[in-house]
Design a protein around this ligand. Structure first.
Ligand code: NDP
Ligand code: 8X3
Length: 259
C-alpha cells in the first residue's frame, strides 16, 4: 500500500459532499491538502473541522476557485509555490447537475453550467496539473464520473452526456499518459446523498429529498473510501474504473424503494 503521508492532494469541489469526505480521508492519512471550491467560507469551516480532528500539524491550502474560469484555474495552479505546486494527486470532483427536463424543453443556462463545470472545468485542472506530474515522474488523477456516464436516464440527457464525456476523457488521458508512471482512475457512483439533488432542483429541498425516499443511498464517505483505496494501491496497479451503487440501486433507473 502506498503511503499518503505528506503527499500533496488537490480536491476540487471540496466545500460539500464527496469532495469534503475525500478531504477527511486524505487528512486522516497525513496528506497535505489543497481544497478548492467557490464557497470560501465553507472551505474555511472544513479546514477548521479537519484541524480539530487531525491536529495542528495538518497542512491545508485553500483555493477559492470557479473551475469554469480557465484563466483563474491557470493562475491558481501557476501561483502555487513549493511544496504545494508539486501536486501528487488530483481529485477532479467539482461537478453538478441542473434540471431534469426533457432535452427538447431544456434550459440553455443549465446545459452550459453542466458542460462548463463537469467537462471543461475538469479538463482545465487536468491540463494545468498533469504536466507537472509527468515532469516529476509521479502522480494520480482521480475523476469523479457517475453511473450517468454509463447509462442515460430520462431527463438526464445533458448531465449524462457530461459524465459520458468524463469517462471518455479518463480513458483518453490514461492512453496519453501510457509510458509515464502517472495513473488515472474514474470513480463512478450511483445515488449518493449530498447537496447534489438540491443543486439539480435549484434549491427545491422537498423535490430533492424525494430522490432518496424509501431507499438507502450511498454516503459521501463510501465514495471517499473507494478513492482512498484506488490511490493507495502499489504503483504497478492502476484501477481504471470503479462503478459503485447502493444495494438498493440496480441501474440508473431501477431502484428499490420501500413504502
Ligand atoms: P455537492 O453538490 O454536495 O458538491 C458539489 C461540489 O462541487 C461542491 O463542493 C461545489 O462547490 C463544487 N462545484 C460546483 N460547481 C463548481 C465550480 N464551478 N467551481 C468549483 N467548484 C464547483 O455534490 P456531490 O458531492 O454529490 O458531487 C460531487 C461530484 O460527484 C460531482 O461531480 C457529481 O456529478 C458527482 N456524482 C454525484 C453523485 C450523487 O448522487 N451525489 C453520483 C455520481 C456522481 P461550490 O458550490 O462551493 O463551488
Ligand atoms: C449522479 C447520480 O443517477 O442522479 O451522478 O445521475 S444520478
Amino acid at each position: 500500500m502506498v503511503s499518503l503521508q505528506n503527499q500533496i492532494v488537490l480536491i476540487t469541489g471540496a466545500s460539500s459532499g464527496i469532495g469534503a469526505a475525500c478531504a477527511h480521508v486524505f487528512a486522516g492519512a497525513g496528506a497535505k491538502l489543497i481544497l478548492a471550491a467557490r464557497r470560501y467560507e465553507r472551505l474555511q469551516q472544513l479546514a477548521d473541522e479537519l484541524t480539530k480532528s487531525y491536529g495542528n500539524s495538518l497542512e491545508i491550502h485553500l483555493l477559492q476557485l470557479d473551475v469554469r474560469d480557465r484563466s483563474a484555474v491557470e493562475s491558481a495552479i501557476s501561483q502555487l509555490s513549493p511544496p504545494w505546486s508539486d501536486i501528487d494527486i488530483l481529485v477532479n470532483n467539482a461537478g453538478l447537475s441542473r434540471g431534469l427536463d426533457k432535452l427538447q424543453e431544456g434550459n440553455f443556462q443549465d446545459w452550459e453550467e453542466m458542460i462548463d463545470t463537469n467537462i471543461k472545468g475538469l479538463l482545465y485542472l487536468t491540463r494545468y496539473v498533469v504536466p507537472g506530474m509527468v515532469k516529476r515522474d509521479r502522480g494520480h488523477v482521480v475523476n469523479i464520473g457517475s453511473i450517468a456516464g454509463h447509462q442515460t436516464y430520462p431527463g438526464g440527457n445533458v448531465y449524462c452526456g457530461t459524465k459520458a464525456a468524463v469517462r471518455a476523457i479518463s480513458e483518453g488521458l490514461k492512453q496519453d499518459l501510457l509510458g509515464t508512471p502517472v495513473r488515472v482512475t474514474s470513480v463512478d457512483p450511483g445515488m449518493v446523498e449530498t447537496e447534489f439533488s438540491d443543486v439539480r432542483f435549484h434549491g427545491d429541498r422537498e423535490r430533492a429529498k424525494k430522490v432518496y425516499q424509501g431507499l438507502t443511498p450511498l454516503t459521501p464517505e463510501d465514495i471517499a473510501d473507494v478513492v482512498f483505496f484506488c490511490v493507495t494501491r502499489p504503483s504497478r496497479v492502476n484501477i481504471s474504473e470503479v462503478l459503485l451503487v447502493p444495494t438498493d440501486q440496480a441501474s440508473a433507473t431501477l431502484v428499490n424503494r420501500r413504502a
